[in-house]
Write a protein that binds this ligand. Structure first.
Ligand SMILES: *[C@@H]1O[C@H](CO)[C@@H](O)[C@H](O)[C@H]1NC(C)=O
Ligand SMILES: *[C@@H]1O[C@H](CO)[C@@H](O)[C@H](O)[C@H]1NC(C)=O
Ligand SMILES: *[C@@H]1O[C@H](CO)[C@@H](O)[C@H](O)[C@H]1NC(C)=O
Ligand SMILES: *[C@@H]1O[C@H](CO)[C@@H](O)[C@H](O)[C@H]1NC(C)=O
Ligand SMILES: *[C@@H]1O[C@H](CO)[C@@H](O)[C@H](O)[C@H]1NC(C)=O
Ligand SMILES: *[C@@H]1O[C@H](CO)[C@@H](O)[C@H](O)[C@H]1NC(C)=O
Length: 557
């Protein structure tokens, strides 16, 4: 995600938790029958591992992560690059259904991080000490992983059944990495005796500044400031292996068979089922060949585009900052959408691929034109719509079931709204993407995130591989789910479930051989709702309320 995305959505959910406290429960929980393969059966060899993904009503997806002596669910986030977990010494209301971090084996660095998320209207913070501890996932683990032990936060992470965030982005955008490096530099006065500027104020979308790398070089180099290749030392890049994010360090320590991970996200609302929720680490899910994916290179940011300066011993390297890929065009219900007029035509069209974003976010004028085609904010649920991204010459539709969420029309009738929101246009001195493809997109594909060679990207370029998993009858299945709900006069099904310690047993394979979740017959009875609450730890009363509020909350975005 951009942290903003998550927090914006979640803040709205929480406000509706409060608003709905006195209203009767409307959400229906269905038991999600997924057999979990316990640890013994966990798919793990040297360099390969996989683990099941939990979710909170399709808004956040989480995985169990070992941090020191605790194993706890963290939000799976390709939009950020830091590992943070809420400490059990946290202040304020930290009551939670998931274990917090006891800090018993935490080795503090003496630095404190303050992560500020959101825009000026919706800002939230997460603050706490930076330090080292052992960290791991799916049986792969590393000592001395830097992370933030959050002691004070007003984010709503806990309310969605997670204890923090696992950032899977590149080291260049890791706040913890930059802060550690800057602190090391600031200990060594420059020749002018000036301390390096410490930038602690991180606002959305947290475009990183690498100015400190320029100011840290000896004064004589300042004369050559135009020649950016001369201004960064190899140590900055080499520190990815020691001070960098968990996955970057696993790669530099050759822990992974391939420098990659892949996701399939489950659908837990509207028509429960879809892909099996799984994070595959070091390889593609078994049975999937690399050639069956469409691979596209990541955007790299040159120094002129305010990217990471290359080291002096590899002056031609340009580095990726985020999981950002080119998109050829966008189609809605078969018609090609005009490009946004809000950003310079010289900025090529691209998208952030973001597991931590619950929606599809795009340029304000393009989103408005889709809303016009839909005839307004709310529309008839039973009419399927196709939002399709053309990427690498191939069509990647969003399953019509993932394009919508249920809400009520102005006249209080059941209706649907699009899972769309507006995001800021790209600018020449920030991130260059115009779209953020969040969970609705990621439920419709198998997505592989290939880091390549982090220190020398030219040697093994970073890329994303996609394979559509949308069945040809997705629209038909939407109509069936809607008429089944209408027949019993009930809202559409939705549920949440806790992150498993193993992987799920797939019931079948779908498009392209991707493992499918067990689908559940739509009984919509109170008995099944109670069964769901009984069997799924995180579906607490407050989450049920949040679920009721969710549809309205998303409509506000
Ligand atoms: C603390 O937050 C939880 C939900 O996260 C809520 O159920 C509980 O009532 C809150 N307690 C206080 C004292 O605010
Ligand atoms: C969270 O705290 C920040 C101060 O760091 C404040 O500006 C913001 O309004 C708070 N947000 C919420 C949602 O409470
Ligand atoms: C300046 O950059 C060029 C490549 O653009 C490089 O060949 C040259 O060595 C650089 N100068 C210094 C002093 O590093
Ligand atoms: C990246 O490439 C460099 C230069 O070829 C090489 O020395 C290094 O080992 C590579 N890194 C990894 C993790 O393979
Ligand atoms: C990873 O798993 C694949 C099969 O799924 C296997 O072919 C490969 O050898 C494994 N790699 C390692 C390093 O164990
Ligand atoms: C959506 O796509 C499906 C399959 O590609 C197609 O059959 C259907 O007509 C499309 N619907 C619209 C409204 O374009």
């Amino acid at each position: 995600m951009t942290f903003w995305s998550l927090v914006l959505s979640l803040s709205l959910i929480s406000s509706h938790v409060l608003a709905l406290e006195n209203e009767p429960r409307k959400g229906i929980h269905l038991p999600l029958v997924r057999r979990e393969v316990r640890r013994e059966g966990l798919h793990k060899r040297a360099g390969n591992a996989s683990i099941g993904i939990g979710d909170f009503v399709d808004v956040t997806y989480n995985v169990l992560v070992q941090v020191g002596e605790v194993e706890t669910p963290l939000v799976l986030d390709t939009g950020s690059a830091d590992l943070w977990v809420i400490s059990d010494t946290c202040i304020g209301n930290c009551s939670s259904s998931v274990p917090l971090y006891p800090q018993t084996t935490f080795s503090p660095s003496g630095l404190t991080v303050q992560l500020l998320y959101g825009d000026s209207r919706t800002g939230t913070h997460a603050t706490g000490p930076i330090g080292k501890d052992a960290a791991g996932i799916a049986g792969l683990s590393l000592q001395d992983q830097y992370l933030a032990a959050i002691v004070d936060t007003n984010t709503t992470v806990l309310e969605t059944g997670s204890a923090g965030i696992l950032g899977l982005g590149f080291p260049a955008i890791s706040v913890v990495w930059r802060q550690l490096i800057q602190a090391q530099l600031s200990g060594v006065p420059t020749k002018k005796g000036k301390r390096v500027h410490m930038d602690l104020d991180y606002h959305r979308p947290a475009f990183p500044s690498f100015d400190f790398m320029f100011s840290s070089v000896p004064p004589q180099a300042h004369a050559k400031r135009q020649n950016a290749t001369a201004l960064s030392t190899p140590e900055f890049i080499d520190s990815f292996a020691t001070l960098g994010p968990l996955f970057s360090r696993m790669i530099s320590q050759h822990e992974l068979a391939q420098p990659m991970f892949a996701t399939t996200l489950q659908r837990d609302s509207i028509d429960i089922g879809g892909n099996v929720g799984q994070l595959s680490i070091g390889e593609l899910p078994s049975g999937i060949a690399s050639e069956s994916l469409t691979w596209v290179p990541l955007r790299a940011y040159s120094v002129a585009e305010h990217g990471l300066p290359p080291p002096t011993d590899a002056p031609n390297e340009v580095y990726p900052l985020v999981w950002e890929i080119a998109i050829d065009d966008v189609y809605f219900d078969g018609a090609k959408l005009a490009r946004s007029a809000l950003s310079a035509p010289t900025i090529t069209l691209s998208a952030l691929v973001d597991t931590g974003n619950s929606l599809i976010r795009g340029p304000q004028d393009v989103i408005a034109s889709i809303m016009d085609s839909l005839g307004g904010e709310t529309f008839d649920c039973s009419v399927p719509h196709n939002l399709t991204f053309l990427i690498g010459g191939k069509s990647f539709p969003i399953d019509p079931r993932d394009f919508i969420h249920q809400t009520t029309s102005e006249s209080n009738e059941p209706a649907c709204s699009a899972n769309l929101a507006v995001t800021d246009p790209p600018s020449a001195d920030g991130f260059l993407y115009s779209w953020s493809l969040g969970d609705p997109f990621l439920k419709s594909v198998l997505a592989a995130f290939y880091y390549g060679n982090l220190t020398r990207p030219s040697q093994d370029p970073p890329r994303i591989g996609l394979m559509s998993t949308v069945p040809s009858d997705g629209g038909e299945r939407l109509k069936q789910a809607i008429s089944a709900a209408e027949a019993v006069n009930a809202p559409l099904a939705a549920t949440s479930h806790a992150a498993p310690s193993g992987t799920y047993a797939a019931s079948a394979t779908g498009v392209g051989g991707v493992p499918q979740a067990t689908s559940v017959s739509n009984t919509n009875t109170d008995a099944s709702a109670n069964a769901a609450r009984g069997t799924h730890g995180i579906v607490s009363a407050s989450l049920s309320l949040a679920l009721c509020g969710l549809v309205t909350a998303l409509a506000l975005l």
